[in-house]
Write a protein that binds this ligand. Sequence first.
Ligand SMILES: Nc1ncnc2c1ncn2[C@@H]1O[C@H](COP(=O)(O)OP(=O)(O)O)[C@@H](O)[C@H]1O
Ligand SMILES: [Mg+2]
Length: 307
Amino acid sequence: MIPSLVSQKAIQKAIDLAKKVAITDTTVLLTGETGTGKEVFAHAIHQERQKSFVAINCSAFSKDLLESEMFGHKAGAFTGATKDQKGLFEEANHGTIFLDEIGEMALDLQAKLLRVLEAGEFIRVGDSKPTKVDVRIIAATNRDLQLEIEKGSFRSDLFYRISVFQIHLPPLRERLNDIEQLAKHFLLSFSLKTNKQVASINSDYFETLKQHTWKGNIRELKNVIERSVILCDNVLNASYLPVEMQLPVKETKTGKTLSAFDLASAEKLHIQKVLNYTGGNKTRAAELLNIALTTLYRKISEYGLDS
Ligand SMILES: Nc1ncnc2c1ncn2[C@@H]1O[C@H](COP(=O)(O)OP(=O)(O)O)[C@@H](O)[C@H]1O
Ligand SMILES: [Mg+2]
């Protein structure tokens, strides 16, 4: 099957699952690479409820601080704890807590989280008695938690408890058909934000977007489009994209991969631009480049250019 068709199904499946689970209280685990929209989905799943939504990134705190952030503490629990402090679970009571990067949570905290899931209670840092909460949990991770279980860094009992309803968000490179639509959405929003009118968009712009690997997924696309809108004066074409995107960094015939900063990268890019300009006419391209036709052929082969 064509990859784009497979992926269209994948994102549609994720949307359908999110709609179904939104009207329930079920714990949800969102998986997918960074920037694929896990937080956007978490908000969407919560939205049906109009109650508090509290988000916490588990990778942003040291272990002790994370425990105190999540569960709160009693006065005198540690140096600096001058008064009782509610944690985010209590803030989110009757609403949703979004635990981002749950794969980064320390093992003993994972045990405490499991207790919340199973008994609806936790113990504030420095307290002796449990506190009850009724909170819907949405967790997210870009890690393969099964692998983390094998490595001993994630509890399998917690995994089975949070993965009852798992939604996987596909990477952008597998959503080729959506790239153009997302790009247009961001173009419009950044045009409005910067008060700029982009008159038209050349097809090479979207083509180049579709060829990129998008390791940062939708977040990266959003940044790239913002940059284009800032730079563009009228017609948007591929030259407004970051240099390293304008030509996929392919292996050269010598087996060397060019980085975007190599001088050869600039030469490769320039030759490709001239070839595009001449519509593939190599004699004309060699003239414009002021090099011999044989040299041009050698460089085309060396850099693996499209001609
Ligand atoms: N479907 C979407 N439509 C528009 N913007 C999106 C969409 N999905 C993600 N984004 C944007 O992409 C960026 C990354 O999304 P986020 O949910 O934070 O990803 P993740 O949590 O998987 O890293 C955010 O700026 C978000 O607003
Ligand atoms: Mg995120």
